[in-house]
Structure formats: structure tokens, C-alpha cells
Design a binder for this molecule. Structure first.
Ligand code: PAF
Length: 294
């Protein structure tokens, strides 16, 4: 199958290398420079302390245009999606979106493809340079249909070592489940400057963690609160040594995903007239740090 992957960040590089064993992968990058490095030197994947180079991947700058593909996977951050609209709006091939947050759901309504899927990535991945990615924590990619028949997505039946895909019946609960994980872990770790595990081991930070979960679960009216809390806690412990993506974004002076993550929760609080004290304070703290360059 011809698979196009849009975005040369950690997730784009990870998916391109892992899928290239079975598919003809084209990786579309923002800069021509990154594409030329990948075409010359391949993608280096570090896994379990070993490094492997995948050289069969074609890379192109996005401005060269998207060529014929059987599946197009977009891995760019949610705030970059509007720039992609002209290139993908009328594309008819199946599209798979792997963004955090929930805001991209309204964006998808503008697309003409008859098959649109959304996914959440539970792998840990860290980009070292333009063509090197480390798979820091094996996980799973959950996929649900936004539009069209999910059984047509052959990726779900493939057996790729340490790279499983699984089907979710309902995109809303799948995305909300991941949103709650990111909404609790990412802003707290970013502001407190701790690894994920620090939110559990430090008794004071754990109280904040509990209070934030309580507020968010009330705003989102989660039905399975106990289960959801245990899930967030288990992700935190399983990734105890990770610096969250939001903390890394601030450390590197990059834009964070705070609007995609807490922005959605704040608009839900406003719509439902719910209290959002802690969520809005954290939102402003992250925005403030972001605006001063980290
Ligand atoms: O954004 C992240 O860093 C990750 O999604 C997670 C699960 C919070 C682990 O660090």
C-alpha cells in the first residue's frame, strides 16, 4: 500500500520508519532541508538501545504537493492543521488524523474524503534530530472512524512487531479518554517542571493532580470517573521517567498544544456554566510561559 505521512516530528518519523517495512511510505515534511536529509541518510530509529536505519522512505517537502497515495496519515500538531487545508480539502483517499485534543473534529467536517479516521497514539517518541527518532515507550495506536467504514482500514489487521493498532468503536470517547490524560499530566508537569512520575510521588503535586482531575471530569461529565482516574494515574506511572510533550515544548521555546488540550475543556466549561478555576489558571500559566519563550 502507498502510505503518505504528513509531518516530520517524532510521531511522523516513528510511523514512517515502522510502516516502511511493509508499505511504500512517503514522508511529507515542512522543510525541503529535512526531506533532503531523509532521502540521503534515511530515518534512524533508536529502540531498546539499538539504532537502525530505514532507507526505503521517500521524503518530500509539503510544498511539492501530495502525490497519489492509498492512505494519508497526518501527524502534525493540531494548530498546524489549518495550513494543510488547501492541500487535503478535496483529496478522496482515506485520511487518518493522529492529533491530541478534540478541536480537530470540527476541522474534519470541511474535508471531502469519504473515509476519515481519527487515532490516538500511546507510544512514547522523542525526536533527536531531523532524521532520528527514539521509540521511548512501546504503546498502541487506537483508531476510530469519524466517517466511513473502519473495516476498510487494512492497517488494523497488520502484525507489525511492537507497533500494534487497535479499533475503537466510538471516536468521541476514545479522544476524550486521551484528552483527559493530556489535560491532567501535560500542564502540571510543564508548570511544575517535573517528570510525569513526580505528579504521583510528590504528595503536594499529587493533591493538585487529584484536584485537576476532579475539576476536568466534572466539566466533561465523565461517567466512568473512577476508571478514568485510575487510567490517568497508570499512564503517569508507566511514563514516570518521561518529560511530557508540553514540558519539552516549553523547554525548547516551541508553541505548546495547550489550546487543543485545555482550550477545549474551557470552552465546554463555559458552554455548561461549570467552574473552571484550576483549569483556567493552568491555561494562563502555560500561555504566559509560552509567550515569554518557555
Ligand atoms: O504528551 C505526552 O507527553 C504524552 O501524551 C503523555 C501520555 C502525557 C506521556 O508523557
Amino acid at each position: 500500500m502507498r502510505i503518505g505521512i504528513i509531518g516530520g516530528g517524532a510521531i511522523g518519523l516513528l510511523f514512517a520508519s515502522r510502516l516502511s517495512g511493509k508499505h511504500r511510505v512517503t514522508l511529507y515534511t515542512r522543510t525541503a532541508k529535512q526531506a533532503s536529509i531523509i532521502n540521503r541518510a534515511g530515518i534512524r530509529l533508536i529502540e531498546n538501545g539499538e539504532s537502525r536505519v530505514f532507507s526505503g522512505i521517500i521524503s518530500k517537502g509539503l510544498d511539492e504537493g501530495i502525490t497519489d497515495q492509498d492512505l494519508l496519515i497526518t501527524t502534525v500538531k493540531q494548530y498546524h492543521l489549518p495550513e494543510l487545508l488547501p492541500a487535503i480539502k478535496s483529496i478522496q483517499v482515506p485520511l487518518l488524523f493522529l492529533q491530541n485534543g478534540y478541536g480537530h473534529i470540527s476541522y474534519l467536517k470541511q474535508l471531502q474524503s469519504p473515509a476519515i479516521y481519527v487515532g490516538v497514539v500511546e507510544h512514547g517518541a522523542l525526536r533527536h534530530d531531523r532524521n532520528t527518532v527514539e521509540h521511548t515507550g512501546p504503546g498502541i495506536t487506537r483508531i476510530a472512524s469519524f466517517k466511513g467504514d473502519l473495516d476498510q482500514l487494512t492497517l488494523l489487521n497488520e502484525d507489525i512487531a511492537q507497533f500494534p493498532f487497535t479499533k475503537s468503536e466510538d471516536y468521541h470517547s476514545m479522544l476524550i479518554g486521551k484528552l483527559v490524560v493530556n489535560a491532567v499530566i501535560n500542564p502540571l508537569t510543564a508548570i511544575l517542571n517535573v517528570e510525569n512520575g513526580g505528579l504521583i510521588t510528590n504528595a503536594f503535586y499529587y493533591r493538585l493532580f487529584q484536584a485537576l482531575f476532579e475539576e476536568i471530569s466534572g466539566i466533561l461529565e465523565l461517567r466512568n470517573k473512577t476508571e478514568s482516574f485510575e487510567h490517568v494515574k497508570s499512564v503517569c506511572m508507566a511514563t514516570a521517567g518521561n518529560r511530557s510533550s508540553m514540558l519539552k515544548d516549553l523547554e525548547n521555546g516551541r508553541e505548546t498544544e495547550i489550546d487543543a488540550i485545555l482550550g477545549h475543556i474551557l470552552s465546554e466549561a463555559k458552554r455548561k456554566g461549570k467552574s473552571d478555576c484550576l483549569t483556567s489558571s493552568l491555561y494562563m500559566m502555560v500561555k504566559g510561559k509560552e509567550s515569554q519563550g518557555g
